[in-house]
Design a protein around this ligand. Structure first.
Ligand SMILES: Cc1cc2nc3c(=O)[nH]c(=O)nc-3n(C[C@H](O)[C@H](O)[C@H](O)COP(=O)(O)OP(=O)(O)OC[C@H]3O[C@@H](n4cnc5c(N)ncnc54)[C@H](O)[C@@H]3O)c2cc1C
Ligand code: SF4
Ligand code: SF4
Length: 1012
């Protein structure tokens, strides 16, 4: 093959000290953030690819002017520039030894919107879902619906020429971008747009265009002969879309199309002008079932003739992984029939419902003609359609949840072939994988011949060699199908730039280099991508470079489930874990950025409050990985930089449930704090918080003393300066009538099957004993005989150890866990349910106990431990519940879910149980963490972030609630946050209101109050 010599960059990196002047000048001249420390650089050195290159530094511009100045300064100093959005690129286009410009935090606004013309102008950091939420009330949307719609920025989408599931109807980014206001590295600034806008354009712009024009005119025949013809051709620069007129004639094309897909290598997009589309009024969905994968690949060419908006593949592996995922299983069970090898999701959409239903019928007939009568599950309900699409959108992430060193790797994952070759192509590539000792999972855009596939490789050992061998064979295969493209969606980056030339030929490759040099003669814009790329398998650019090794650590928790070779150790002595499982759990983060959610679910509240990469699950996982593998210097794991990255994690467990690869940062934070405090010791504040369950019995005896802090002026300030507890917070009030002081009555005798155990936590015991009393009253009214979980005679009350875990005091927490397991063992052996009221405490029994004391005792207790609402919901569903309730004066309940209720899927239980009250309408606030998170919000250093979290959606919703609405929250700290937050606001009616536990709601509604 005749190829030009490759090199990554024309710019030579300099020693780090050489960048100090750059950082200093940036800090002087821009308002935004300038991040040059090692941990920040580390966090920006990866994207969702296998690569890792440390950037020179990071700028987070506050204004467009900031971005302009930063680019100018970098160019002055000859430093490469790398624009960045969500950093979700899969091919390494967002990593490089450059000054990273992160647009996502501040440059994320709609700048102009014209409803009638159906156009919008946005800043580059605007996220697609944010834009579509803005457009929805106007009946419009931006229809390039990428799977990463909640993270992908319009700047990044334009950079990658992104394509959505519905591209067969709406096209790719390049078909939907009207213009780009761009900055070039030489400081010039132009509007790239339609040809009719260039009249009066600056001379330099016209000259640039004319030179592009000349290249394209010269290469017209070669483009016609060599350029891929499929819709999904996103490799190289879009020179095929530049239609040259006769020499000297007015150009009849849109030059913004050259910037789209240029991966930041030509210019920085300051503003992007978009064409919008009307939201379709109606949609229908047919789930076509196929007994074999091959048959599913033969069908798209026929289905495409029905004019669907989308035809998406989900194969057996994906189906099975989705079935094993707690969040997706219920949906999968609803749309799947039998045991297909693959399904195609076929969507029709438009304004005429009758027409969409007719199309669905045609699909059923077509499938019957193809030999699959009854092969279609028809879905007309829009709610279920949405759920099915959520499963499909999560496809790649579900696939990446594979544990172990072998991971599905992205490098040939989106070749695009004409539909008539799809079945043959997938067969042949599957054979290639088998020849190289691996396998792949197929999914995605069958409608346009772009199927995603990732062979499973171990990139730490041998993966690079297999990768090259597979890539070479795949390239030959793609070339065989005329018009096919090697990159049909995810771009070129570091993974595929070297594979552009084999497809388009050396001559056109040189033309692309000429284009690059016209725009960026000094090679400063994102060097090494598209043209003059590095070798795909250059291990020095990998995340796992040769010699990558993690530090050995004696872990406090059991991490064996993450590492097959640790499994044998599981069940052994607590606190003697090896670090293999821990680092494997950390490495599960593949940087896909799903945690950059902003409007749905829980993950990740600290990022939602600050917008910082550091405060994101991904940022934390990356910092941990870099620290544990010695890339942030000696002792980095217990350094202050590591502490900063973990500090705002509220341990909500949102990531445990919502991160597609199951990164459990709350558990990692416990492990980290354990080691951190071992090295640095504990502050007085840490001790006060951690040991609360130990001194609670004493503190509750003297409430006149222990509650003084909020009664005597000045003491709150003193507690802030001495202890770091925020003076702007009230503290929970100690109650002299703690629940455990109630006389122990014998459980009312009933049939043995109706005995239950109530485990009252420290908070409900000493601060809100009325909740525990309400729970007993309700249980007894429903006919259950209640045992109160108590320690042995004279022992202190039982405790789950949560406050110790929150400070990393695993040994103390383990002591509590051991006591609790022992005290409850006889109930557990009898099969009695252990009922808890406080979600964070009860779920410690189900979760952390198993990590602290792996073995049969913890497993058995975990299997019996349930929340009050879970118990009642299960009893109700089983038809066993005999609870007589009457209507309350309030007709509505506004419910806020504790993060752990959400993480463990208990929200439907609490909704069901509240729904038992006659006439009570239940509405759940779409809220993430309340911001209080145990002791987090009480700390002065967290106060602002804590209130920001609460103000995102929880407090505004609670303030709006009318007088006829009950406020319900089962978490003690959530109730406290609502208490504090409502007093802060300017809604006097709301200020007098308190949120209550669900047990209180049921107790108030008891038709015949219990006698206890
Ligand atoms: C799980 C998963 C699913 C995916 N699904 C899809 C899919 O369905 N369809 C699809 O097309 N892609 C998909 N992708 C790839 C990726 O999400 C998209 O390409 C996305 O549009 C990138 O957006 P971003 O904001 O993360 O961009 P980034 O990754 O931050 O940047 C992308 C490129 O654009 C450049 N860039 C960013 N901002 C600017 C700017 N202001 N000026 C100039 N250049 C800029 C960057 O330098 C980079 O080269 C997926 C990725 C993952 C991890
Ligand atoms: S933490 Fe999870 S959701 Fe976030 S980037 Fe990593 S893998 Fe993705
Ligand atoms: S536990 Fe919560 S706050 Fe911490 S990283 Fe996970 S989602 Fe974010």
């Amino acid at each position: 093959m005749d190829r030009a010599p490759t090199h990554i960059s024309t710019v030579t990196p300099r020693p780090r000290a050489g960048y100090n002047a750059l950082a200093a000048r940036l800090r002087r001249e821009i308002e935004g953030e300038v991040l040059f420390d090692a941990a920040s650089r580390g966090r920006y050195s990866t994207d969702a690819s296998i690569y890792q290159i440390e950037p020179v530094g990071v700028v987070v511009p506050r204004t467009e002017e900031d971005a302009r100045i930063a680019i100018q300064i970098a160019a002055d100093q000859g430093v490469p520039i790398l624009p960045r959005g969500g950093g979700t690129s899969q091919c390494g286009q967002t990593v490089g030894a450059a000054l990273v410009i992160d647009n996502s935090k501040y440059l994320n606004q709609v700048v102009a919107f014209d409803k009638d013309a159906r156009t919008a102008v946005v800043q580059p950091g605007m996220v697609l879902d944010g834009l579509n939420a803005y457009l929805r009330p106007h009946g419009l949307w931006f229809p390039v619906d990428v799977s990463t719609s909640a993270q992908a920025t319009l700047g990044g989408m334009a950079g990658n020429n992104s394509c959505g599931s519905r591209s067969i109807r709406y096209g790719n980014m390049v078909h939907n971008v009207l213009g780009i206001d761009a900055l070039l590295a030489d400081g010039s600034e132009f509007h790239f747009g339609a040809s009719d806008l260039i009249a009066g354009a600056p001379r330099a712009y016209l000259a640039l265009i004319e030179r592009v024009h000349a290249i394209v005119r010269r290469e017209a025949a070669e483009i016609e002969a060599r350029w891929p013809k499929v819709l999904r051709r996103v490799q190289g620069y879009n020179i095929d879309m530049v239609q040259p007129g006769a020499e000297g004639a007015m150009l009849a094309h849109n030059l913004a199309h050259l910037l789209v897909g240029s991966e930041g290598t030509l210019a920085y997009s300051r503003r992007i002008h978009l064409a919008l589309a009307p939201l379709p009024q109606h949609k229908t969905l047919g789930v076509c079932h196929f007994p074999t994968f091959h048959q599913s690949m033969q069908a798209p060419q026929h289905i495409a003739k029905l004019g669907p908006t989308a035809v998406e593949l989900v194969d057996r592996t994906m189906i099975e992984l989705a079935r094993g995922n707690a969040a997706f299983k219920p949906t999968v069970e609803r749309f799947l029939r039998g045991d297909p090898d693959a399904v195609l999701l076929v969507e029709f959409s438009g304004d005429d419902r009758g027409e969409q239903l007719a199309k669905l019928r045609q699909l059923v007939e077509l499938m019957a003609d193809l030999g699959f009568p009854d092969g279609v599950v028809e879905i007309t309900d829009s709610g279920l359609q949405k759920e099915v699409w959520e499963v499909r959108k999560a496809g790649l992430n579900i696939m990446m949840s594979m544990k172990g060193e072998g991971k599905p790797v992205s490098f040939i994952e989106d070749c695009a072939v004409p539909l008539e070759h799809l079945a043959e192509y997938t067969d042949k590539l599957t054979q290639v994988f088998a020849r190289h000792g691996t396998r792949g999972t197929w999914y995605a855009h069958a409608s346009v011949g772009t199927l995603h596939v990732r062979p499973v490789l171990n990139m730490k050992e041998g993966g690079a060699r297999q990768m090259r061998a597979i890539a070479e064979e795949a390239c030959e295969l793609v070339k065989r199908y005329k018009g096919a493209a090697y990159s049909g969606e995810h771009g070129d980056g570091l993974a595929r730039s070297e594979w552009i030339e084999p497809i388009i030929g050396a001559r056109l490759m040189r033309a692309l280099e000429e284009i690059k040099d016209l725009f960026d003669p000094r090679g400063l814009m994102n060097p090494g991508k598209i043209v003059r790329g590095s070798k795909q398998d250059d291990r020095s650019l990998f995340r796992y470079k040769p010699g990558y090794a993690a530090q050995q650590l004696h872990t406090a928790l059991d991490w064996s489930e993450w590492n097959a070779s640790d499994m044998a150790d599981a069940g052994g002595t607590a606190g003697t874990g090896s670090s293999r499982g821990f680092i494997a759990a950390v490495e599960m983060c593949n940087n896909n950025g799903h945690c950059r959610k902003f409007d749905a679910g829980t993950m990740c509240p600290s990022y939602r409050a600050t917008g910082n990469e550091r405060d994101l699950t991904r940022g934390r996982a990356n910092t941990l990985r870099l620290a544990l593998s010695g890339q942030l210097g000696a002792d980095a794991f217990t350094s202050d930089a590591m502490h900063e990255a973990m500090d705002l994690c509220v341990s909500c467990k949102g990531c445990k449930r919502e991160c597609p690869t199951g990164v459990d940062m709350a558990k990692m934070k416990i492990e980290f704090l354990h080691h951190y405090h071992k090295r640095h010791g504990l502050s007085l504040k840490d001790r006060l918080i951690a040991y609360l369950p130990r001194y609670a019995p004493w503190a509750a005896r003297f409430p006149w003393l222990t509650n003084l802090r909020d009664a005597v002026p000045g003491l709150a300030q003193l507690s802030e300066s001495l202890l770091g507890l925020s003076a702007r917070r009230s503290l929970p009030k100690w109650r002299r009538d703690a629940f455990h002081l109630d006389p122990v009555t014998a459980p009312r005798s009933a049939e043995p099957a109706r005995e239950v155990v109530l485990l009252v936590d420290t908070f409900n015991n000493y601060f809100e004993p009325d909740n525990a009393r309400a729970a007993v009253a309700v249980l007894e009214a429903a006919g259950y005989s209640v045992h109160l979980a108590r320690a042995e005679e004279g022992g202190r009350p039982l405790c789950c150890g949560r406050t110790f875990l929150a400070r990393g005091l695993v040994d103390e927490a383990r002591t509590e866990a051991r006591r609790t397991i022992a005290a409850l063992q006889h109930y557990v052996e009898r099969g009695l349910p252990i009922i808890g009221l406080e979600p964070s405490c009860l779920y410690t029994l189900r979760d952390e106990f198993k990590s602290m004391l792996p073995g049969a005792g913890a497993e058995a207790l975990a299997a019996r431990a349930v929340l009050f609402e879970e118990f009642f919901a299960a009893e109700h569903q089983a038809g066993r519940l005999k609870l007589k309730l009457q209507a309350l004066p309030q007709k509505k309940a506004l419910l806020h879910g504790h993060c752990h209720q959400k993480a463990f899927g208990a929200m439907s239980s609490v909704e069901q149980v509240l729904g038992l009250v006659p006439g009570l309408k239940v509405e759940t606030v779409e809220s993430s963490c309340c911001g209080m998170a145990g002791a987090f919000g009480y700390e002065a250093s967290h106060y602002e972030v804590s209130m920001n979290m609460a103000e995102t959606s929880l407090l505004p919703a609670m303030r709006k609630a009318g007088a006829d609405t009950l406020l319900v929250a089962d978490g003690t700290s959530c109730r406290h946050q609502i208490h504090d937050g409502l007093r802060k606001g300017d809604a006097p009616a709301a200020a007098a209101r308190e949120a209550v536990h669900v047990a209180q709601v049921l107790a108030r509604a008891l038709a015949v109050p219990a006698g206890r």
